[in-house]
Ligand binder design. Structure first.
Ligand SMILES: Cc1ncc(COP(=O)(O)O)c(C=O)c1O
Length: 388
């Protein structure tokens, strides 16, 4: 059966036909136990609301199915689903290798929090080969963080290659799989140890929830993640979980539409005289397109455009002229969004001169939602005059 069939028919048991189709929102802190004998039985879960009740359990089951995992855990945000594995597997004296094109708050976390716990972070260029990435490792390197396509620059990493090379050195890999949403790419099938997602984005799909997941195929890793979640006291609400489950039912269709519209708009922009670069991994012109086409089934709705000769003021003018795009930092919802990216690009660690072209004009990131792409093109065409 295909993912989409399992995700939409999963709870449709005939035996219980006189009930709502979707799961219920089960809320609770206290969990009543069957008898005194089982009060301290460590194999029984949940014993308390923080373990998550039936709504959270169902979401974890569906995410595990989607990611091809044996165990999935949920956390209150996507960022928490990134930081928790780092806390779970890194100790004082350890080192983490972080891709330079990471989601920016990862940088803030490793530089402020992990540093305080005695963990060193080193950044690496997303265009290094797997052998070059692993060659950076020292005996202290415990974790390699990968994200592909990378945030903003959409740099493509050879994730299967990095996972293989890291495993041969006994180093764990953690992949931010938010772009692929568990549909376009399956990191665990490519040898990655931990695949996380901000379910906030495409899975939620309606810009109204915050929630994250981390998925594994290894019992030892699962036990350590569960122990860390329990020890830190993270809890993810049943309401958010319910909305994530509801989003999963239509995930494939929304993702497909958003991706197709984005590609159409990106191709249109490539032909415009005002445009210097369209940074979209699904375009043949993208510097990582071959690996992307090998590993991903399709592109999602995100891409960036460098408009010729613009600066921050011109970027702002362009954004203010758009009428169908919300101005906001997220993506994955039903509505199109746009932001300018120069401040975020400037904050990156300088690894090589290869990225200078990113700051050669106005850098605008578009997220394409479910509107008709021709209407969005007309809106951009109207605003693009500021670069004329
Ligand atoms: C690639 C990526 N990973 C993780 C996150 C974090 O998700 P959340 O907003 O749920 O913390 C985001 C959010 O923008 C993201 O873009």
């Amino acid at each position: 059966m295909k993912d989409i069939t399992r995700l939409t028919s999963a709870t449709f048991g005939r035996k219980h036909s006189r009930r709502a189709v979707n799961v219920a929102v089960e809320r609770g802190s206290t969990v009543l136990m069957e008898s005194a004998e089982v009060l301290y039985d460590e194999d029984i879960r949940p014993t308390y609301g923080t373990d998550g009740l039936s709504t959270q359990t169902e979401l974890c089951r569906l995410i595990a199915d989607l990611e091809g995992a044996t165990d999935s855990f949920i956390l209150p945000t996507g960022l928490a689903a990134l930081t928790l594995p780092m806390f779970a597997f890194l100790s004082a004296g350890d080192e983490i290798l972080v891709v330079n094109s990471c989601y920016a708050p990862v940088r803030r976390f490793v530089e402020t929090q992990l540093k305080r716990y005695g963990v060193t972070a080193r950044y690496y260029d997303p265009r290094l080969t797997p052998e070059e990435v692993v060659a950076l490792a020292t005996p202290q390197t415990r974790l390699i963080y990968v994200e592909s396509p990378g945030s903003l620059t959409f740099d493509i990493q050879d994730i299967p290659g990095i996972a293989r090379a890291a495993r041969a050195r006994g180093i764990l890999t953690l992949c931010d799989n938010t772009y692929g949403a568990g549909v376009l790419f399956k990191p665990l099938e490519h040898g990655v140890d931990m695949s996380m997602q901000a379910l906030t984005k495409y899975v939620g799909g309606h810009s109204d929830i915050l929630i994250g997941s981390v998925s594994v195929r290894d019992d030892g890793l699962a036990k350590k993640l569960y122990a860390a979640i329990k020890a830190w006291g993270f809890f993810t609400s049943a309401d958010e979980s319910y909305l994530a489950i509801r989003g999963l039912r239509s995930l494939h269709l929304r993702l497909k539409q958003s991706g197709q519209s984005a590609l159409k708009i990106a191709r249109w922009l490539e032909g415009r005289p005002e445009v210097a670069h369209v940074v979209h991994p699904g375009l043949e012109s993208h510097r990582g397109h071959d690996i992307f086409a090998r590993d991903f089934t399709a592109a999602n709705g995100l891409f960036m455009v460098i408009f010729k000769g613009g600066d921050e003021a011109r970027s702002q003018e362009f954004l203010n002229r758009l009428t169908l795009f919300g101005l906001g930092f997220s993506w994955g919802g039903f509505e199109s969004l746009a932001v300018y990216c120069e401040p975020q690009i400037q904050r990156r660690t300088k690894l090589s001169g290869d990225d200078d072209w990113l700051l050669s004009g106005s850098a605008i990131r578009f997220y394409i939602g479910l509107e008709d792409p021709d209407d969005l093109i007309a809106d951009i065409e109207n605003a693009i005059k500021v670069f004329g």
